[in-house]
Design a protein around this ligand. Sequence first.
Ligand SMILES: [Zn+2]
Length: 197
Amino acid sequence: MPPACTIVNVGYRSTNFWVVSAGRSRLLVDLGWPGMFGALQAALHRLDVPLAEITHGLATHYHLDHAGAAQDLKNRGMRLIVTEEQVDAIPAMKAHIKPTDGYTDIVLHDNLVIRCDESRDLLARLGLAGRIMPTPGHSDDSVSLVLDSGETFTGDLTLPAMATDEAAEQIRASWQALRAAGARRVFPGHGSPWSLQ
Ligand SMILES: [Zn+2]
């Protein structure tokens, strides 16, 4: 199946930020480093992605290198999709932020909070066929975006072969759920895309 969308990496500083576009409807998966919104803007500009067309954003989880510029993006018009698993993780992220990080605090009341089982309808409105699934293991708030065409955005979900810690069972279950949902090509938060066998 050909991809129903285009995928562009606007990452910097070793974290990938994926722009998933269906025409001019664009979803950003993972949302920049704190205090480095300028670098994100520069990457978008370099790759010809108009910031104004990023209408929606999703953090795979609320760690600083994945959600640090979320509010900066919201301030430019992006709607932040938050799954119910993630609600409490947003204020918790602040514990790891230093005043010198230049972090813009994420406003909570205007986010688009959804249950994962409502995600297919929301994505369809953006022209994307797929869903958002809870995939805990790296963190309790980790979710993945799985497109029906197989492209899958997993954030920091630990590779199956690397899962040796106490979360190994949970990590294996998350990968199993992704396979069952049709995941084929993995676009991780760090490193290059790879194919699930
Ligand atoms: Zn992380």
